[in-house]
Design a protein around this ligand. Structure first.
Ligand SMILES: Nc1ncnc2c1ncn2[C@@H]1O[C@H](COP(=O)(O)OP(=O)(O)O)[C@@H](O)[C@H]1O
Ligand SMILES: [Mg+2]
Length: 226
């Protein structure tokens, strides 16, 4: 058994220069996400949660420190290799679904497979299977604009999982939903975590939802407090 963490960061810092002002957003974050883990991140607005998620996802480069995804140091990869690894190993879910409005749900969910070069037929079949699993069996032909917030977030989850990533990064995935719908979306993510052996790192403001994870981390002023 290989029990190396799927994703980790070491002494991660991020500074922004705004004119004369130097903003230290992350001040040396250490984090390790085991395979299959469920971890929540909480913390005040502006404490650096989204910045940390961007760095962990390889969407931005740190000022210093390392991010290691599936054994690869993201700060050392070429942009082409980084994009490939990210596509293979990570899924992303955001507060707003970021589905493409002019495409059907089926097409939205199939998109990562089509981009990877899988045939249209196979891509659509896999997308339909996953739509079935997230409770959207009969919604595949609809456009995102025709669905409720909860349904769109289910589709966003399906899209994040279609490539069978090893880790999903979710930044306030239920922040835009009522509490009952948020609860259902959380339940779905926990089930998929078990079924697909995929780690979930979820930023949330909801204490009750966070408590259902294996571990809750608190960010404060650019650092994780224990
Ligand atoms: N691109 C940027 N340029 C300058 N400051 C930024 C940038 N992105 C984020 N920040 C600052 O970093 C801090 C943390 O932001 P963020 O990571 O979005 O926090 P959170 O997600 O916890 O609310 C905030 O003070 C924000 O203004
Ligand atoms: Mg944020």
């Amino acid at each position: 058994m290989n029990d190396a963490p799927i994703l980790q960061c070491q002494q991660l810092t991020k500074h922004y220069n705004q004119g004369d002002l130097d903003v230290n957003v992350l001040k040396g974050v250490d984090l390790s996400i085991p395979v299959g883990a469920r971890i929540a991140i909480m913390g005040a607005s502006g404490s650096g949660k989204s910045t940390l998620m961007h760095l962990l996802g390889g969407l931005e480069q740190p000022t210093s420190g390392k991010v290691i995804l599936d054994g690869f140091d993201l700060t050392k990869l070429s942009s082409r290799k980084l994009a490939k690894l990210r596509n293979k190993s990570l899924g992303f879910i955001y507060q707003f679904h970021h589905l493409l409005g002019e495409f059907s749900l089926l097409e939205n969910v199939a998109m990562p497979l089509l981009i990877k070069g899988l045939s249209v037929k196979k891509s659509m079949l896999e997308a339909q299977n996953l739509l079935d699993r997230v409770g959207l069996k009969h919604r595949g032909e609809h456009k995102p604009g025709e669905l409720s917030g909860g349904e769109r977030q289910r589709a966003a989850i399906a899209r994040a999982l279609i490539n069978q990533p090893k880790c999903v990064l979710a930044d306030e995935p239920t922040g835009n939903l009522d509490s009952k719908t948020a609860e259902q979306i959380y339940q779905l993510m926990l089930e998929l975590n078990q079924e697909m052996q995929v780690s979930f790192l979820i930023v949330t403001h909801d204490v009750n939802l966070a408590k259902r994870m294996d571990n809750v981390l608190y960010m404060e002023d650019g650092l994780i407090k224990n």
